[in-house]
Design a protein around this ligand. Structure first.
Ligand code: ADP
Ligand code: MG
Length: 488
C-alpha cells in the first residue's frame, strides 16, 4: 500500500491557519492591518479575556461589497494584488489573502460590512472553515465590523499554549502601539473586558501621538525628518530627549517602509548614538521610520517574523547615526531636575574642563577612548592641588558658601579673559583632586565646595582648545571622513 497521501482540505486549512494565527495578538495584527489597508480613520478593538473569548474590531474604512463577502474566507482571496508583477509594488500590509481564511478556520467569525458605495450592510458567519450564507444586516455608516469568538475551539493543542489573559493582552497592546505611533491621524480605541485601555484621538504630529500613547511628556519628544536623495532614503525620527530614561529597551520602535519591524542593526546604531546624552545602563525612547527602496531590504515575508536585514547596513548605519546625533545635539532640551529637590541645592555640572597651554592637566590626565565613556588614567601622586589649573570654561555655577545663593559664573572662552580675578577659577586653582565618580565625573574639593567635572565634556573641550590653537597657529590637522558628507 502506498504510504504517501495528499492531506485533506481540513488538515491543510488547519496547518495554514497555524502559520498565520498563533495567538490573539496575531489575529489583531491581521485585522488591524486590514482596517488600515481599508483607509479607516477610526479603529476600535474590544477584547474579552485577553482575546481568547472575543476579539471585536470595528472600522470606518471602505467596507466590503456584498458579492465579495462570500469569497473573502476562501484561501488566497485578496483585493490587493492581481498578478505576480503587483508583488513588487505592494503598498498595503496584506496581499497574501490568508488572514481571514486562517482566522475562519480556527474560530467562529461573524463579519458585517457596508461598503462606501452601498446603503445596505451584509453579514456572514464562518465557523471552523464552514461558511454560512450572506445575510442582510444593518450598519449606520460604511465600514467593517468583525467578531472572532472562541479562538482555537477546534485546535485544542494550540489553545493550551496560550498564556494568561494578561499576558495575551499585553501582546495585543504591543501589536497596536506601533501602529498608533505611525498613524497619528487614526483614532484608535482599545478596551479589555469593558475597561478602556487606549482612546487615542487623532493628533497632528507623530511626536504628539507618541507622547499621548506612551504617557510621555510631549516637551521631551522631538521629531525630525531627513532625506538622502542620492540613496533614495527618507528618515523620520521621533526621539525622546535625555529626560526619558528607561531601564529596558521597551520603548523603541522601528519601521521599515511603513511596517513595524525588528532590526538589531538599527537598534544598535540608535542606542549607541544616544550614549552621547544618556548615562550608562539606561535606554531611550525612539521611533525610527525608515523609507528605503524595497530591493535594499531583506524582509522575511513569513507573517510572524519581523526581523529585517538591510542590504547596505553600514551605509544606512552612518546616515542614521548622523541624523540621530544631529537631532540630539541641536534639538534636545536640558535635563530637568525633579521638582522636589530644593532649587538651591542644584549644582549643575560645568560644561567645560579647565585646560591651559602651560597648564598641567592635559599631560597628567590621559583620556583613553574606547571604554564606556572615557576612562581616565590618573596618576594620583602627580595630580596634586598644584597640578590642576583652570583655564576657560563656561556655564559654570557655584553655590557660594557665604550667601547660600547660586552664583552664575559665565565665562566666555576668549583669550586674555578675566580668569585671574575670577573667584571660581581662583578656587579651582586651589582645588584638590579627590577621585572619579562612576567613571564619568572628576571630583575636586576646595574648602567645603565640591567641583564636579564631566570628563566627556572635558575631553571635548580639550579638543576644542587644541583646534583653536591650531587655527591660531595657521595649521590644522585634517582627517578625512570615511563616508563623504554633502553639505548644502
Ligand atoms: P489580504 O489582507 O492579504 O488581502 P485578508 O484575508 O486579510 O487578506 O483579507 C482579504 C480581503 O478582505 C482583503 O483583500 C480585503 O479586500 C477584504 N477586507 C478584509 N478586512 C477588511 C476591512 N476591515 N475593510 C475592508 N475590506 C477588508
Ligand atoms: Mg490582511
Amino acid at each position: 500500500m502506498s504510504k504517501v497521501q495528499i492531506l485533506s482540505a481540513e488538515v491543510i486549512s488547519k496547518i495554514a491557519a497555524g502559520e498565520v494565527v498563533e495567538r490573539p495578538a496575531s489575529v489583531v495584527k491581521e485585522l488591524f492591518e486590514n482596517s488600515l489597508d481599508a483607509g479607516a480613520r477610526r479603529i476600535e478593538v474590544h477584547l474579552k479575556d485577553g482575546g481568547k473569548t472575543l476579539i471585536h474590531i470595528k472600522d470606518d474604512g471602505s467596507g466590503i461589497a456584498k458579492d465579495d463577502l462570500g469569497i473573502l474566507f476562501g484561501r488566497h482571496a485578496t483585493s490587493k494584488i492581481r498578478s505576480a508583477q503587483d508583488l513588487e509594488s505592494v503598498l498595503s500590509f496584506g496581499f497574501r489573502g490568508e488572514a481571514l481564511y486562517s482566522v475562519g478556520a480556527v474560530s467562529e467569525v461573524t463579519l458585517k460590512s457596508r461598503s462606501k458605495a452601498s446603503r445596505e450592510a451584509w453579514e456572514i458567519l464562518v465557523r471552523g472553515g464552514e461558511r454560512g450564507e450572506t445575510a442582510p444586516s444593518s450598519m449606520a455608516a460604511a465600514g467593517t465590523d468583525i467578531k472572532i469568538h472562541e479562538l482555537f475551539f477546534n485546535t485544542p493543542a494550540r489553545k493550551k499554549f496560550l498564556k494568561s489573559d494578561a499576558s495575551e493582552f499585553d501582546q495585543v497592546l504591543n501589536v497596536i502601539v506601533p501602529y498608533a505611533l505611525f498613524y497619528p491621524e487614526v483614532h484608535i480605541v482599545l478596551t479589555h473586558n469593558g475597561r478602556n485601555i487606549l482612546d487615542l484621538a487623532p493628533q497632528k504630529t507623530r511626536a504628539q501621538r507618541a507622547a499621548q500613547t506612551l504617557g510621555l511628556n510631549a516637551a521631551h519628544v522631538m521629531e525630525s525628518k531627513d532625506e538622502f536623495p542620492n540613496d533614495n532614503i527618507r528618515l523620520t525620527l521621533i526621539l525622546g530627549d535625555m529626560n526619558i530614561q528607561r531601564p529596558r529597551r521597551d520603548l523603541q520602535y522601528i519601521f521599515v517602509n511603513g511596517r513595524p519591524v525588528q532590526s538589531r542593526n538599527i537598534s544598535f546604531h540608535v542606542n549607541d548614538t544616544y550614549k552621547l546624552i544618556l548615562p550608562p545602563s539606561v535606554y531611550p525612547f525612539f521611533a525610527v521610520m525608515l523609507d528605503i527602496p524595497p530591493q535594499e531590504v531583506d524582509v522575511n515575508i513569513h507573517p510572524s517574523k519581523r526581523e529585517v536585514r538591510l542590504r547596505q547596513e553600514s551605509k544606512v548605519g552612518v546616515l542614521l547615526r548622523q541624523a540621530v546625533e544631529r537631532a540630539l545635539m541641536t534639538r534636545t532640551s536640558a535635563k530637568e531636575v525633579s521638582a522636589d529637590i530644593p532649587k538651591d541645592d542644584i549644582f549643575p555640572l560645568p560644561s567645560g574642563f579647565p585646560i591651559k597651554e602651560e597648564g598641567v592637566p592635559a599631560d597628567k590626565i590621559v583620556f583613553a577612548p574606547g571604554q564606556k565613556g572615557f576612562s581616565p588614567l590618573i596618576d594620583r601622586d602627580t595630580v596634586s592641588r598644584e597640578s590642576v589649573r583652570p583655564g576657560n570654561f563656561s556655564g559654570f555655577f557655584e553655590k557660594s558658601e557665604k550667601s547660600g545663593q547660586r552664583v552664575a559664573d559665565f565665562i566666555p572662552p576668549v583669550q586674555g579673559d578675566k580668569a585671574h580675578t575670577d573667584p571660581v577659577k581662583e578656587r579651582f586653582l586651589r582645588a584638590r583632586f579627590v577621585g572619579t565618580f562612576i567613571h564619568k565625573y572628576h571630583l575636586f574639593e576646595e574648602g567645603s565646595s565640591l567641583f564636579v567635572v564631566d570628563q566627556h565634556a572635558a575631553q571635548e573641550r580639550i579638543m576644542f582648545e587644541k583646534f583653536l590653537r591650531q587655527i591660531h597657529g595657521g595649521k590644522v590637522e585634517v582627517q578625512h571622513l570615511l563616508m563623504p558628507v554633502q553639505i548644502s
